[in-house]
Write a protein that binds this ligand. Structure first.
Ligand SMILES: *[C@@H]1O[C@H](CO)[C@@H](O)[C@H](O)[C@H]1NC(C)=O
Ligand SMILES: *[C@@H]1O[C@H](CO)[C@@H](O)[C@H](O)[C@H]1NC(C)=O
Ligand SMILES: *[C@@H]1O[C@H](CO)[C@@H](O)[C@H](O)[C@H]1NC(C)=O
Ligand SMILES: *[C@@H]1O[C@H](CO)[C@@H](O)[C@H](O)[C@H]1NC(C)=O
Ligand SMILES: *[C@@H]1O[C@H](CO)[C@@H](O)[C@H](O)[C@H]1NC(C)=O
Ligand SMILES: *[C@@H]1O[C@H](CO)[C@@H](O)[C@H](O)[C@H]1NC(C)=O
Length: 373
C-alpha cells in the first residue's frame, strides 16, 4: 500500500486534485469573520475582554505567553497597548482568575490608505491600462474601486476593470476624442479610505509597443546594402486607418554614432551599411496621425554583416559570423538549417530501419533452417 501511494500515478492524481480544488480566494477578508481587530501602528490600541462588563480581575496572554508589563489592564478588563509596533500583532486572549478562557481576538496593525501614485499606458486607440502604487505601505489588505471620466459631464463614466492583486485596471474603447480624462482610484482598508486622481490626455500617452520580428537580410552582390523588414506590434491594429511611422537607426557594431531613416512601410533598404562588418539595427514606431503621441521603445538590437564575395565559400572563417547568435536570423536561414537537419535524420532512420530489417530476415531464416534440421 505505501508503494501504491508513492507511485507516480497516485502522486499525479493527488497533485491534480490539489490543483482542481477551489482556491481559498479572499482569505484575508474572510479573516474578519473570526474575531479580528484592526489597529493603527504607533497608536494606543484598546482590546476589550468580550462584550459584557467583566468585574473580576482578568489575565491577558499574547501568542500564548504573558503580556509585557508596560501594557495596562483597565478596571473593566480591557487591555490598553501603548504606541503599538508590528510585534504587537497576534493572538490576544483573556482569562478569569480560575484560568477559564473568556475571549480571544486577533490584532492586525497597519496604516489607513494614503496617496497612490498612478501611471497609465495606452498601447493603441482602444485600450488604456492604469496601475497604481502605495506611497505609504499600509500592511493591510485593501480593496479598490475606480472611475474613468471624460471632461464632458454628459459622458457616462467608463468602468475600469480592476485587478486588485496586481493593482491595475483596464479601460476598453475610451472616448479618444475627448482630450482630457480623469482617472480616480479609491483604496479602502479596515482603517479608512482615500481617493487619488490623475488627469490624463490619451493622445499624449499613446505609445505603441515596439515593432516585432525585425529581420535583416544581405543584398546579393552588394557589400554596403542591407534589407530590413519588421512587423507592426501585435497590439496595433493591422488597418490602414491606423498608420504607423517607423524610425530606423543603424551603426557598425561598436560605433557610437547612429545613422537614421524614417518610413511608413514595413521594410527599408539601408544604402550605406558598413561593409565586411557587423551592423546593428533597431526600429521604433509611432502613431502617424497624432504628432503629440510618443515613440515606442526601440526593438531589441539585431545584427548583420552585409554580403561579401566569399560568404558562401568560407562562411565560418570570420569571427563576425558568431554575431548571428545574438540576432534573430532571417526565416530563410532557419528553415534551410532545419531542412538539412531533417534530411540527415531521415537518412539515419532509413539506415537503422534497413539494419533492423536485415537482422529480422537473418533470424527468421536461421530459425527456419534450425526447425527443418
Ligand atoms: C497613548 O497613551 C499615552 C498614555 O495615556 C498618552 O500619553 C499618549 O498621548 C497616547 N498616544 C496616542 C498616540 O494616543
Ligand atoms: C473599558 O474601559 C475603557 C477605558 O478605560 C473604555 O475605552 C472601554 O470602552 C471599556 N470597555 C468596555 C467593554 O466597556
Ligand atoms: C505574535 O504572533 C504574530 C502572528 O503570528 C506575530 O506577527 C508577532 O510578531 C508575534 N509577537 C510576539 C511578541 O510573539
Ligand atoms: C488564539 O488563542 C486562543 C487561546 O489559546 C485559542 O483558543 C484560539 O483558537 C487562538 N486563535 C487563533 C486564530 O489561533
Ligand atoms: C468608490 O466607491 C465609493 C463608495 O461607493 C465612492 O464614494 C468613491 O467615489 C468611488 N471611487 C471612485 C474613484 O469612483
Ligand atoms: C490594444 O492593446 C491591447 C493590449 O495589448 C490588446 O489586447 C488589444 O487587442 C489591442 N487592440 C487592437 C485593436 O489591436
Amino acid at each position: 500500500m505505501p508503494g501504491l501511494l508513492s507511485s507516480p500515478v497516485c502522486l499525479t492524481v493527488i497533485w491534480f486534485l490539489s490543483w482542481s480544488l477551489p482556491p481559498s480566494r479572499a482569505q484575508i477578508w474572510s479573516d474578519e469573520v473570526s474575531d479580528v481587530q484592526f489597529g493603527r501602528l504607533e497608536s494606543n490600541v484598546t482590546l476589550a475582554c468580550g462584550k459584557s462588563q467583566i468585574s473580576v480581575p482578568v489575565v491577558w496572554r499574547h501568542n500564548h505567553s504573558s503580556v509585557s508589563s508596560w501594557h495596562q489592564v483597565t478596571f473593566n478588563g480591557s487591555l490598553v497597548l501603548f504606541l503599538v509596533d508590528q510585534s504587537a500583532q497576534g493572538n490576544y486572549s483573556c482569562y478569569d482568575d480560575s484560568g477559564l478562557l473568556l475571549h480571544s481576538v486577533i490584532l492586525r496593525l497597519g496604516y489607513p490608505p494614503g496617496l497612490l501614485s498612478i501611471s497609465c499606458r495606452v498601447p493603441n486607440h482602444t485600450f488604456v491600462r492604469c496601475t497604481w502604487k502605495d506611497s505609504v505601505k499600509t500592511f493591510l489588505p485593501a480593496k479598490y474601486n475606480t472611475s474613468f471620466r471624460g471632461k464632458e459631464e454628459k459622458e457616462p463614466t467608463k468602468v475600469c476593470i480592476v485587478d486588485s492583486t496586481n493593482r491595475r485596471c483596464v479601460v476598453e474603447d475610451p472616448a479618444f476624442w475627448q482630450t482630457i480624462h480623469t482617472f480616480g482610484v479609491t483604496e479602502t482598508n479596515a482603517l479608512g479610505s482615500h481617493t487619488s486622481y490623475r488627469r490624463i490626455r490619451l493622445n499624449e500617452l499613446l505609445k505603441p509597443d515596439p515593432p516585432r520580428s525585425v529581420f535583416i537580410e544581405e543584398v546579393e552582390g552588394n557589400p554596403s546594402k542591407l534589407w530590413v523588414t519588421w512587423k507592426n506590434p501585435s497590439s496595433w491594429p493591422e488597418d490602414r486607418f491606423f498608420p504607423l511611422r517607423f524610425h530606423i537607426r543603424y551603426r557598425p557594431q561598436g560605433s557610437m554614432h547612429w545613422s537614421e531613416m524614417m518610413t511608413e512601410e514595413n521594410s527599408i533598404e539601408i544604402p550605406d551599411a558598413t561593409p565586411y562588418h557587423s551592423n546593428q539595427v533597431q526600429v521604433r514606431a509611432r502613431d502617424d496621425v497624432s504628432p503629440e503621441s510618443q515613440w515606442s521603445e526601440w526593438s531589441a538590437p539585431s545584427f548583420r554583416t552585409p554580403w561579401r564575395a566569399d560568404t558562401t565559400t568560407h562562411p565560418s572563417d570570420d569571427p563576425d559570423d558568431d554575431i548571428y547568435l545574438f540576432s534573430t536570423p532571417p526565416e530563410t536561414f532557419t528553415s534551410k538549417t532545419h531542412g538539412v537537419v531533417q534530411e540527415d535524420d531521415g537518412n539515419l532512420g532509413l539506415v537503422i530501419l534497413l539494419v533492423l530489417f536485415s537482422i529480422f530476415i537473418l533470424t527468421t531464416v536461421l530459425s527456419l533452417i534450425f526447425v527443418i534440421w
